[in-house]
Design a protein around this ligand. Structure first.
Ligand code: ADP
Length: 309
């Protein structure tokens, strides 16, 4: 059986009412397992509950009810072990300007109770590409360097699970590349990675499995490959010279738009565009224009988050 890095059952979070605002049900009974060794993507629109979920995992927000196990440790029963099993790279660049990168990593290791003899400060500095900036003041670091330092801080206690909250939002291509190289390297060494992202192509490229969360609920969870496999659907958009009754192969559905365009939907795995166009010609249809529409993860995402709205 696959070992689960994270097991969440019936997780609820309700934020108390504030200044006339009603109580917010940020998580409404989330069940989610994340296999050890995976790169797992947590996707969802703003306000879906992603940060709440991550902050509960990180021990920064108290859940209302439900169970969270990290690396097999129940948060309520073994709070210390479950906290030690996870590292979180936060979104905001909250770096103490008075520490050097080395100092910041040492303080963080101290907070996690890592004994001096077991600290990996130099190794982490090397990994995040800040070895030559080890003694620089944090306020002199660029935005990209600060982000890398935040990644380093999440790694000081060598956690089994690393969580990255929107790691590449507003980040330039070079830094993005470096972050992903680091993440892949850590994953190859056995670390389980969970990341939230707004960039669907990024999730497609990086993640083995994906959960889409909306309005505090998990609306889909699947292997990235099978989610993309559902995207077998394709549409040919034709403009015909004149309105022609077409005899089309089985599995092709026709939809005539009010502007006269003809939408022919089919499954790529069953039939090719060439076969469809041949059938159109055989039925006497004269094609003036043809384009095709292909769904991507964005479409799955939109249709799922819209239907759950
Ligand atoms: P996401 O990270 O997906 O954007 P969040 O977890 O930040 O979503 O927010 C989920 C919901 O909970 C939103 O409606 C948000 O307004 C609300 N929320 C988040 N944090 C708090 C808080 N500290 N107090 C009250 N409501 C909050």
């Amino acid at each position: 059986m696959t070992r689960q890095a994270i097991e969440i059952t019936g997780l609820r979070k309700t934020y108390a009412p504030q200044r006339g605002e009603p109580a917010k049900h940020a998580l409404k009974g989330v069940d989610l397992s994340i296999p050890a060794g995976s790169i797992f993507g947590l996707l969802g629109p703003n306000g879906a509950g992603k940060s709440t979920l991550i902050n509960i995992l990180a021990g920064l927000v108290n859940k209302t009810s439900g169970q969270v196990r990290i690396w097999g440790f129940d948060q309520d029963v073994n709070p210390r072990q479950s906290r030690a099993a996870i590292g979180v790279m936060p979104q905001e660049l909250n770096i103490d300007p008075f520490f050097t990168p080395r100092g910041a990593l040492e303080v963080q290791a101290g907070l996690y109770g890592v004994p001096k003899s077991e600290r990996r400060t130099d190794e982490v500095l090397e990994l995040i590409g800040l070895a030559d900036k080890a003694e620089a003041y944090a306020r002199t670091l660029s935005g990209g360097m600060r982000r890398r330092l935040l990644l380093g801080k999440a790694l000081v206690h060598n956690p089994a699970v690393l969580v990255l909250d929107e790691p590449t939002a507003g980040v330039d291509i070079e830094l993005r590349q470096m972050l992903w190289d680091n993440v892949r390297k850590l994953n190859q060494q056995g670390m389980t990675i969970i990341l939230t992202t707004h960039y669907l192509e990024e999730a497609e490229e990086m993640c083995d499995e994906i959960a889409i969360i909306n309005h505090g609920e998990v609306v889909v969870r699947d292997k990235t490959a099978s989610l993309l496999g559902q995207l077998d659907a394709k549409t040919l958009v034709l403009t015909l010279e004149s309105d022609t009754a077409l005899t089309l192969p089985e599995g092709v559905t026709q939809d005539r738009k009010s502007d006269g365009r003809l939408m022919l939907s089919y499954r790529r795995s069953q039939i090719s565009a060439g076969q469809i166009l041949a059938a159109v010609a055989q039925s006497g249809g004269v094609v003036v224009d043809v384009t095709s529409e292909e769904p991507d993860l964005q479409d799955v995402f939109l249709s799922l988050t819209r239907s759950a709205a």
